[in-house]
Design a protein around this ligand. Sequence first.
Ligand SMILES: [Zn+2]
Ligand SMILES: [Zn+2]
Ligand SMILES: [Zn+2]
Length: 320
Amino acid sequence: MTGDWVVIATGRSKRPEDFAKHQRQAVEEIPEKLCFFCYPEETDQEDDVLIYKTKEGDWSLRVFPNKYPAFARSQAMEHFEEGPYFGMAGIGYHELIVTADHYNQIANMDKELVAEILDAYQDRYIDLMGKKSVNYIEIFHNHGREAGASIVHPHSQLMAIPVISPYVQGELDGAENYYRANKECVYCTIASWEIEKKKRIVFENDDFVAFCPFSSRASFEVWVMPKKHKPYFERITDKEKIDCAEVFQKAIEKIYKALNDPAYNFYLHTSPCDGKDYPHYHWHIEILPRTANWAGFELSTGIEISTIEPEAAAKYLRKI
Ligand SMILES: [Zn+2]
Ligand SMILES: [Zn+2]
Ligand SMILES: [Zn+2]
Protein backbone atom coordinates (compact mmCIF):
# COMPACT_ATOMS: atom_id res chain seq x y z
CA MET A 1 0.00 0.00 0.00
CA THR A 2 2.68 2.48 1.00
CA GLY A 3 5.59 0.87 -0.85
CA ASP A 4 7.43 0.36 2.44
CA TRP A 5 9.28 -2.89 3.08
CA VAL A 6 9.46 -4.96 6.25
CA VAL A 7 11.78 -7.82 7.14
CA ILE A 8 10.39 -11.01 8.63
CA ALA A 9 13.53 -12.59 10.07
CA THR A 10 12.45 -15.88 11.57
CA GLY A 11 16.05 -17.12 11.78
CA ARG A 12 16.40 -15.05 14.95
CA SER A 13 12.99 -16.16 15.92
CA LYS A 14 11.75 -17.09 19.31
CA ARG A 15 8.81 -19.37 19.93
CA PRO A 16 5.59 -17.40 20.44
CA GLU A 17 5.66 -18.21 24.17
CA ASP A 18 9.10 -16.63 24.52
CA PHE A 19 7.80 -13.16 23.73
CA ALA A 20 6.08 -13.17 27.12
CA LYS A 21 9.40 -13.48 28.95
CA HIS A 22 10.47 -9.89 28.45
CA GLN A 23 11.40 -7.69 31.37
CA ARG A 24 9.13 -4.66 31.49
CA GLN A 25 10.91 -1.50 32.52
CA ALA A 26 9.42 -0.66 35.86
CA VAL A 27 6.77 1.99 35.50
CA GLU A 28 6.73 4.17 38.56
CA GLU A 29 3.57 3.37 40.41
CA ILE A 30 2.11 6.72 41.31
CA PRO A 31 -0.20 6.24 44.25
CA GLU A 32 -3.77 6.90 43.23
CA LYS A 33 -3.93 9.84 45.62
CA LEU A 34 -1.37 11.84 43.67
CA CYS A 35 -2.58 10.88 40.20
CA PHE A 36 -3.30 13.83 37.91
CA PHE A 37 -5.99 11.88 36.12
CA CYS A 38 -7.79 10.41 39.14
CA TYR A 39 -8.24 13.92 40.53
CA PRO A 40 -8.15 16.40 37.62
CA GLU A 41 -9.69 19.22 39.67
CA GLU A 42 -7.27 18.92 42.57
CA THR A 43 -4.27 18.77 40.25
CA ASP A 44 -5.13 21.87 38.23
CA GLN A 45 -5.99 20.25 34.93
CA GLU A 46 -7.80 22.35 32.39
CA ASP A 47 -11.59 22.29 32.32
CA ASP A 48 -13.33 19.32 30.72
CA VAL A 49 -14.46 19.60 27.14
CA LEU A 50 -16.46 16.37 27.58
CA ILE A 51 -17.54 14.31 30.56
CA TYR A 52 -19.55 11.07 30.75
CA LYS A 53 -21.20 10.05 33.99
CA THR A 54 -22.53 6.79 35.37
CA LYS A 55 -26.11 6.40 36.64
CA GLU A 56 -24.75 6.94 40.15
CA GLY A 57 -23.36 10.33 39.11
CA ASP A 58 -19.64 9.48 39.20
CA TRP A 59 -17.62 10.34 36.12
CA SER A 60 -16.66 7.41 33.91
CA LEU A 61 -14.73 9.27 31.20
CA ARG A 62 -13.58 12.81 30.72
CA VAL A 63 -11.70 14.77 28.10
CA PHE A 64 -9.63 17.87 28.86
CA PRO A 65 -6.93 19.83 27.04
CA ASN A 66 -3.37 18.73 27.72
CA LYS A 67 -1.69 21.10 30.15
CA TYR A 68 1.52 20.74 28.17
CA PRO A 69 0.26 20.66 24.57
CA ALA A 70 2.44 19.76 21.60
CA PHE A 71 0.19 21.99 19.50
CA ALA A 72 -1.09 25.29 20.81
CA ARG A 73 -4.65 26.54 20.39
CA SER A 74 -4.72 29.37 17.92
CA GLN A 75 -6.47 30.08 14.68
CA ALA A 76 -3.59 31.90 13.04
CA MET A 77 -1.84 29.80 10.38
CA GLU A 78 1.58 31.42 10.54
CA HIS A 79 4.22 30.43 8.05
CA PHE A 80 7.80 31.59 8.01
CA GLU A 81 10.93 31.16 5.96
CA GLU A 82 14.59 31.25 6.89
CA GLY A 83 17.05 30.96 4.01
CA PRO A 84 16.44 27.53 2.48
CA TYR A 85 14.00 26.54 5.23
CA PHE A 86 10.25 26.72 5.54
CA GLY A 87 8.27 26.39 8.75
CA MET A 88 4.88 26.95 10.30
CA ALA A 89 3.57 27.58 13.77
CA GLY A 90 2.59 24.41 15.67
CA ILE A 91 -1.06 25.17 16.10
CA GLY A 92 -3.90 22.79 16.81
CA TYR A 93 -5.58 21.00 19.70
CA HIS A 94 -4.09 18.47 22.08
CA GLU A 95 -6.56 16.70 24.37
CA LEU A 96 -6.48 13.82 26.83
CA ILE A 97 -9.22 11.19 26.93
CA VAL A 98 -9.22 9.63 30.38
CA THR A 99 -11.23 6.74 31.83
CA ALA A 100 -11.95 6.91 35.56
CA ASP A 101 -10.36 3.73 36.89
CA HIS A 102 -6.64 4.12 37.57
CA TYR A 103 -6.00 0.37 37.25
CA ASN A 104 -8.49 -0.74 34.61
CA GLN A 105 -6.63 -0.93 31.31
CA ILE A 106 -8.30 -1.80 27.99
CA ALA A 107 -7.14 -5.43 28.22
CA ASN A 108 -9.49 -5.86 31.19
CA MET A 109 -12.32 -3.48 30.28
CA ASP A 110 -15.78 -4.61 29.25
CA LYS A 111 -16.81 -3.76 25.72
CA GLU A 112 -19.37 -1.16 26.83
CA LEU A 113 -16.62 0.97 28.35
CA VAL A 114 -14.46 0.54 25.25
CA ALA A 115 -17.46 1.60 23.14
CA GLU A 116 -17.71 4.68 25.36
CA ILE A 117 -14.07 5.50 24.59
CA LEU A 118 -14.83 5.19 20.86
CA ASP A 119 -17.84 7.42 21.42
CA ALA A 120 -15.63 10.06 23.04
CA TYR A 121 -13.17 9.83 20.12
CA GLN A 122 -16.07 10.44 17.73
CA ASP A 123 -17.57 13.28 19.80
CA ARG A 124 -14.28 15.18 19.99
CA TYR A 125 -13.48 14.42 16.35
CA ILE A 126 -16.75 15.94 15.17
CA ASP A 127 -16.25 18.99 17.37
CA LEU A 128 -12.74 19.68 16.07
CA MET A 129 -12.90 18.59 12.41
CA GLY A 130 -14.45 21.87 11.27
CA LYS A 131 -11.82 24.13 12.85
CA LYS A 132 -9.91 26.21 10.35
CA SER A 133 -6.46 25.12 11.48
CA VAL A 134 -7.33 21.40 11.54
CA ASN A 135 -6.74 19.13 8.54
CA TYR A 136 -6.06 15.85 10.31
CA ILE A 137 -6.96 14.41 13.71
CA GLU A 138 -4.59 11.89 15.22
CA ILE A 139 -6.03 9.74 18.00
CA PHE A 140 -3.64 7.40 19.75
CA HIS A 141 -2.95 5.58 22.99
CA ASN A 142 0.39 4.79 24.62
CA HIS A 143 0.56 1.96 27.14
CA GLY A 144 3.73 1.34 29.14
CA ARG A 145 6.90 3.34 29.42
CA GLU A 146 8.58 1.79 26.35
CA ALA A 147 5.58 3.02 24.37
CA GLY A 148 6.00 6.56 25.65
CA ALA A 149 3.43 6.61 28.45
CA SER A 150 4.68 8.85 31.25
CA ILE A 151 1.50 8.49 33.32
CA VAL A 152 0.25 5.00 34.15
CA HIS A 153 -3.41 5.99 34.41
CA PRO A 154 -5.05 4.73 31.17
CA HIS A 155 -5.64 7.55 28.71
CA SER A 156 -5.69 8.27 24.99
CA GLN A 157 -4.57 11.45 23.29
CA LEU A 158 -6.01 13.45 20.45
CA MET A 159 -4.02 15.89 18.38
CA ALA A 160 -5.90 17.93 15.82
CA ILE A 161 -3.25 19.33 13.50
CA PRO A 162 -2.85 21.41 10.34
CA VAL A 163 -0.91 18.79 8.33
CA ILE A 164 -1.50 15.26 7.04
CA SER A 165 1.35 13.02 8.15
CA PRO A 166 3.55 11.40 5.48
CA TYR A 167 2.46 8.01 6.82
CA VAL A 168 -1.25 8.66 6.32
CA GLN A 169 -0.54 10.38 3.01
CA GLY A 170 1.28 7.23 1.89
CA GLU A 171 -1.78 5.13 2.75
CA LEU A 172 -4.15 7.59 1.03
CA ASP A 173 -2.02 7.57 -2.13
CA GLY A 174 -1.67 3.78 -2.02
CA ALA A 175 -5.43 3.34 -1.63
CA GLU A 176 -6.11 5.77 -4.46
CA ASN A 177 -3.62 4.09 -6.81
CA TYR A 178 -4.97 0.64 -5.96
CA TYR A 179 -8.50 1.79 -6.63
CA ARG A 180 -7.54 3.25 -10.00
CA ALA A 181 -5.89 0.01 -11.06
CA ASN A 182 -8.41 -2.45 -9.59
CA LYS A 183 -11.69 -0.57 -9.06
CA GLU A 184 -11.73 -1.86 -5.49
CA CYS A 185 -10.71 -0.56 -2.08
CA VAL A 186 -7.36 -2.08 -1.07
CA TYR A 187 -8.49 -2.44 2.57
CA CYS A 188 -11.72 -4.20 1.55
CA THR A 189 -9.63 -6.49 -0.65
CA ILE A 190 -7.27 -7.26 2.23
CA ALA A 191 -10.14 -7.83 4.68
CA SER A 192 -12.00 -10.25 2.42
CA TRP A 193 -8.78 -12.13 1.56
CA GLU A 194 -7.91 -12.52 5.26
CA ILE A 195 -11.45 -13.54 6.22
CA GLU A 196 -11.48 -16.18 3.49
CA LYS A 197 -7.99 -17.58 4.18
CA LYS A 198 -8.28 -17.39 7.99
CA LYS A 199 -4.55 -17.83 8.64
CA ARG A 200 -3.84 -14.30 9.86
CA ILE A 201 -7.18 -13.71 11.60
CA VAL A 202 -7.05 -12.98 15.34
CA PHE A 203 -10.74 -12.40 16.08
CA GLU A 204 -13.86 -11.28 14.22
CA ASN A 205 -17.57 -10.66 14.54
CA ASP A 206 -20.17 -9.78 11.91
CA ASP A 207 -18.91 -6.26 11.22
CA PHE A 208 -15.28 -6.03 12.37
CA VAL A 209 -12.12 -8.07 11.92
CA ALA A 210 -8.77 -8.15 13.75
CA PHE A 211 -5.80 -9.70 11.96
CA CYS A 212 -2.00 -9.68 11.85
CA PRO A 213 -1.10 -7.82 8.65
CA PHE A 214 0.84 -9.67 5.93
CA SER A 215 3.55 -7.00 6.14
CA SER A 216 3.64 -6.68 9.94
CA ARG A 217 6.15 -4.07 11.08
CA ALA A 218 6.36 -5.50 14.57
CA SER A 219 5.90 -8.97 16.02
CA PHE A 220 2.24 -9.41 17.01
CA GLU A 221 1.09 -6.27 15.18
CA VAL A 222 -2.71 -6.33 14.83
CA TRP A 223 -5.08 -4.26 12.68
CA VAL A 224 -8.77 -3.80 13.43
CA MET A 225 -11.08 -2.61 10.68
CA PRO A 226 -14.73 -2.55 9.65
CA LYS A 227 -15.58 -5.32 7.17
CA LYS A 228 -17.76 -2.98 5.15
CA HIS A 229 -16.23 -0.11 3.23
CA LYS A 230 -16.07 2.89 5.60
CA PRO A 231 -13.81 5.86 4.78
CA TYR A 232 -14.82 8.07 7.72
CA PHE A 233 -14.46 7.00 11.35
CA GLU A 234 -16.55 9.95 12.55
CA ARG A 235 -19.63 8.40 10.91
CA ILE A 236 -19.47 5.26 13.09
CA THR A 237 -22.92 4.27 14.43
CA ASP A 238 -23.75 3.25 18.01
CA LYS A 239 -24.11 -0.40 16.97
CA GLU A 240 -20.77 -0.29 15.14
CA LYS A 241 -19.13 1.17 18.24
CA ILE A 242 -20.17 -1.89 20.25
CA ASP A 243 -19.10 -4.29 17.48
CA CYS A 244 -15.79 -2.50 17.02
CA ALA A 245 -15.25 -2.37 20.80
CA GLU A 246 -15.76 -6.13 21.07
CA VAL A 247 -13.16 -6.99 18.42
CA PHE A 248 -10.70 -4.28 19.43
CA GLN A 249 -10.88 -5.09 23.16
CA LYS A 250 -10.37 -8.81 22.42
CA ALA A 251 -7.32 -8.02 20.29
CA ILE A 252 -5.78 -5.97 23.11
CA GLU A 253 -6.69 -8.62 25.71
CA LYS A 254 -5.06 -11.35 23.61
CA ILE A 255 -1.87 -9.29 23.16
CA TYR A 256 -1.88 -8.61 26.93
CA LYS A 257 -2.12 -12.33 27.71
CA ALA A 258 0.22 -13.56 24.98
CA LEU A 259 2.99 -11.07 25.68
CA ASN A 260 2.56 -10.66 29.44
CA ASP A 261 1.22 -7.09 29.52
CA PRO A 262 3.61 -5.58 26.97
CA ALA A 263 3.97 -1.90 26.20
CA TYR A 264 2.05 -1.02 23.07
CA ASN A 265 0.73 1.86 20.99
CA PHE A 266 -2.43 1.94 19.02
CA TYR A 267 -3.76 4.65 16.76
CA LEU A 268 -6.65 5.38 14.50
CA HIS A 269 -6.22 6.07 10.79
CA THR A 270 -9.13 7.73 9.04
CA SER A 271 -9.78 10.11 6.16
CA PRO A 272 -8.42 13.63 6.66
CA CYS A 273 -10.84 16.42 7.54
CA ASP A 274 -9.34 18.92 5.11
CA GLY A 275 -12.53 19.45 3.16
CA LYS A 276 -11.68 16.95 0.40
CA ASP A 277 -13.41 13.61 -0.23
CA TYR A 278 -11.60 10.35 0.32
CA PRO A 279 -14.02 7.73 -1.00
CA HIS A 280 -11.31 5.07 -1.44
CA TYR A 281 -9.78 5.17 2.02
CA HIS A 282 -10.96 2.83 4.79
CA TRP A 283 -10.55 3.65 8.47
CA HIS A 284 -8.74 1.23 10.76
CA ILE A 285 -6.89 0.90 14.04
CA GLU A 286 -3.28 -0.28 14.11
CA ILE A 287 -1.97 -1.89 17.31
CA LEU A 288 1.82 -2.13 17.67
CA PRO A 289 3.21 -4.03 20.66
CA ARG A 290 6.69 -2.82 21.57
CA THR A 291 8.36 -6.13 20.85
CA ALA A 292 11.56 -4.64 19.40
CA ASN A 293 13.67 -1.50 19.53
CA TRP A 294 14.61 0.61 16.54
CA ALA A 295 18.36 0.27 16.11
CA GLY A 296 20.83 1.25 13.37
CA PHE A 297 19.24 -0.75 10.55
CA GLU A 298 15.72 0.47 11.24
CA LEU A 299 16.81 4.08 11.71
CA SER A 300 18.96 4.15 8.60
CA THR A 301 16.47 2.41 6.31
CA GLY A 302 13.03 2.91 7.83
CA ILE A 303 12.65 -0.86 7.37
CA GLU A 304 11.48 -2.67 10.49
CA ILE A 305 12.41 -6.20 11.47
CA SER A 306 9.85 -8.57 12.90
CA THR A 307 10.99 -11.92 14.28
CA ILE A 308 7.81 -13.93 13.96
CA GLU A 309 5.68 -14.62 10.91
CA PRO A 310 2.31 -12.88 11.12
CA GLU A 311 0.65 -16.28 10.53
CA ALA A 312 2.36 -17.77 13.60
CA ALA A 313 1.54 -14.69 15.69
CA ALA A 314 -2.12 -14.81 14.63
CA LYS A 315 -2.40 -18.52 15.33
CA TYR A 316 -1.02 -17.97 18.82
CA LEU A 317 -3.33 -15.01 19.49
CA ARG A 318 -6.36 -16.93 18.18
CA LYS A 319 -5.83 -19.74 20.67
CA ILE A 320 -5.16 -17.63 23.73
ZN1 LIG B 1 -5.11 7.68 38.28
ZN1 LIG C 1 -12.83 -0.42 1.90
ZN1 LIG D 1 -2.97 2.85 8.65
